[in-house]
Design a protein. Structure first.
Length: 348
């Protein structure tokens, strides 16, 4: 009979020493995210944030949580982990910006069967990179090693972001008929629709390490391009004035997301010929009907910004000066939902 004294947590599949090594390894990345209100250090039982030190007087907190979905399947198959860390932050902080909130701090949850320190560190370094781009601090997280629950070499991610906006400046649905909709270009697929993308890749017999059918380089690298973070240019535009509503184009694509920033009785009419369909979506259009494309993917527009007509030109110039590619994609009309004009032009 085996000795009971011989049983250890490490023998059961959980390596506490590896976890502590990971914390030490990622601490410099977290420290780089320090900002007023937070020092960016890790290791305590909880993370502190001082709203007064961040310059807020009468703030309302705004929270968001999200994941990366089955884009993780491609990242893990390709052995490229840093980008999904950026995705994790982007999916959360872009939602905060769409509410008019400044992201303040971020926490992550990394769950795996057996800790691969190199993969985990790459993910967290990507998270730190995303936090720096968004101006928020990485103040903590959880690394869960769960042998027997996750297969070897697999991990899952969740992210949690908290922001703040001064009372009275919250971006509530307030658009009016005649308002103009500006579209900020996406950086590819971002982090939605990958279950469908993976099915197409499998059906076509494509290799993630092989040549991409729609761009230079490997297919896996092209599909893993990180989500664009719109926080800084959006907050700058809000400060300039004239922004009525914002919509982060995530799951639900161009069909479901734009109306989320509109009051009842108003709809968004979008001209699908107003911007060139990026190559990855042209490739997908050869496998997916235009209607399905529009309700699954961002189709090249990562953020829809509804603005006062008289401010449209100035705000477009402001976004462009901040490095965004901007298209005038439509306007607000009476009705419900989203009307997509020229959708047939996407048929391949």
């Amino acid at each position: 009979m085996a000795s009971r004294e011989g049983a250890t947590y490490k023998a059961a599949g959980v390596d506490i020493d590896a976890g502590e090594t990971l914390v030490r390894r990622i601490a410099p990345a977290a420290a780089r995210t320090a900002r007023p209100g937070a020092d960016g250090r890790l290791g305590g039982f909880g993370g502190f944030f001082d709203l007064r030190a961040a310059g807020f007087r009468d703030p309302v907190l705004v929270a968001s949580t999200d994941g990366v979905g089955t884009k993780l399947e491609i990242a893990q198959a390709a052995g490229r982990h840093r980008g999904v860390g950026i995705d994790l932050v982007a999916m959360c902080v872009n939602d905060l910006a769409a509410q008019g909130a400044e992201p303040l701090f971020f926490l992550d949850y990394f769950a795996t069967g057996a800790l691969d320190a190199d993969a985990a560190a790459a993910v967290v370094e990507g998270i730190a990179e995303g936090c720096i781009a968004a101006g928020c601090a990485l103040i903590g997280g959880e690394t869960a090693e769960m042998p027997g629950f996750y297969p070897a070499g697999r991990y899952d991610l969740a992210g949690f972001a908290v922001g703040a906006v001064e009372r009275g400046r919250m971006k509530q649905p307030g658009a009016r008929p005649g308002d103009v909709v500006l579209g900020l270009a996406s950086d590819g697929l971002h982090a939605n629709g990958f279950s469908l993308v993976r099915r197409i890749v499998e059906r076509e017999g494509l290799d993630l390490g092989g040549s991409s059918p729609f761009s230079e380089g490997a297919l896996g690298e092209a599909l893993l391009r990180p989500t664009r973070i719109y926080v800084r240019p959006v907050l700058a535009a809000l400060a300039e004035g004239g922004v009525r509503a914002l919509a982060h184009i995530t799951g639900g694509g161009l069909v479901e997301n734009p109306p989320r920033g509109l009051p009842p009785g108003l709809a968004m009419r979008i001209d699908c010929a107003a911007w060139p369909l990026p190559p990855v979506f042209e490739w997908l259009a050869g496998h997916v009907a235009p209607e399905e494309l529009a309700r699954t993917f961002n189709c090249g527009i990562g953020m829809a910004v509804t603005v006062q007509p008289e401010r449209a030109e100035a705000l477009a110039a402001s976004f462009e000066a901040a490095g965004e590619t901007v298209f005038r994609i439509g306007g607000v009309v009476e009705g419900e939902g989203t009307a997509l004009d020229g959708l047939e032009g996407w048929r391949r």
